[in-house]
Ligand binder design. Structure first.
Ligand SMILES: [Zn+2]
Ligand SMILES: [Zn+2]
Length: 280
């Protein structure tokens, strides 16, 4: 079956250079790229600002930004996204969201952001294990694994934190479920270890119980040949009846719609239907 325009969707992405140090291009240029590619629905999910200066990334420090400046930039992001949502409403449905973190103090901080900025939805993600970032670079990954006491332990802590985040934030979309495999070439075997597998299954059951959407993050297709989450987890999600929706995790005009057709074909092959569940 050919891919129709109505199939094209991304519920996780739309990071831009305007509002994110590791992105590029203006947010409006990304929105235009989605329109040009024929997307009918897209979620903009900029990263939330850090809870405190302790959680600044090296590129943010280099840009001379601190937590207060990033908070102001985030406020500008939300208002810009709302303007774009209206401006392009006849051509594309835009959902204005943001992507969360799980650093110490995140629960209260995210609640404050939700109260103040009233997004359409949030993507619940884990990029830190016990306050140590793991996805930014292989060096960070090694450091996080050492802190956890090994890679197996890092996976276990990651999935425990993910469950805590799901329970406390109940995000409409759970982001890149197995991102913890990012710098681990042995991830297929590791995901089969009983202590890891049982945690993945437990989190999937929780997602099902809360009726949340699971992000199928297509960024990993380039590096690892399968999305986040990997095929074996997607199959379990399908068995449980979890709604899975693609996300391109775009960070620039160039990465808008990246792997979207491959991703949709894969989801169809695995037995998902493309009447995507949406956050609103
Ligand atoms: Zn990012
Ligand atoms: Zn992310």
């Amino acid at each position: 079956m050919p891919i129709r325009k109505t199939d094209l969707i991304s519920l996780h992405g739309g990071h831009s250079g305007e509002f994110c140090c590791h992105g590029s291009d203006r947010l409006e240029d990304l929105v235009r790229a989605y329109v040009e590619q024929g997307f009918r629905r897209v979620g903009l999910t900029e990263h939330m600002p850090p809870v405190s200066d302790r959680f600044l990334y090296p590129d943010e420090i280099e840009a001379g930004l601190d937590a207060a400046a990033l908070y102001r930039r985030f406020a500008r992001y939300i208002s810009t996204a709302r303007v774009l949502q209206k401006k392009y409403s006849s051509r594309i449905t835009i959902y204005v969201g943001f992507e969360t973190e799980t650093c110490r103090g995140y629960q209260e901080f995210v609640r404050k952001l939700l109260d103040e900025f009233r997004p359409d939805y949030i993507v619940g993600s884990v990029h830190h294990v016990d306050d140590t970032p793991f996805d930014y670079s292989p060096e960070d990954y090694t450091r996080a694994a050492r802190q956890a006491g090994g890679i197996d332990e890092l996976y276990c802590r990651y999935f425990d934190l993910q469950l805590e985040m799901i329970n406390s934030l109940r995000p409409a979309v759970v982001g890149h479920l197995d991102l913890i495999r990012i710098h681990d070439p042995g991830y297929r075997d590791r995901l089969k270890r009983p202590e890891v597998e049982s945690r993945v299954h437990r989190n999937l059951e929780r997602i099902r119980r809360l009726d949340l959407i699971m992000d199928c993050d297509l960024r990993a297709l380039d590096a690892q040949g399968e999305p986040y989450p990997c095929r074996s987890i997607l199959l379990q999600a399908r068995e449980l009846g979890i709604a899975v929706v693609p996300g391109d995790d775009s960070h620039s005009v160039d990465t808008v719609g990246r792997n979207i057709k491959t991703g949709i074909k894969l989801l169809r092959e695995l037995g998902f239907n493309t009447s995507w569940k949406v956050p609103l």
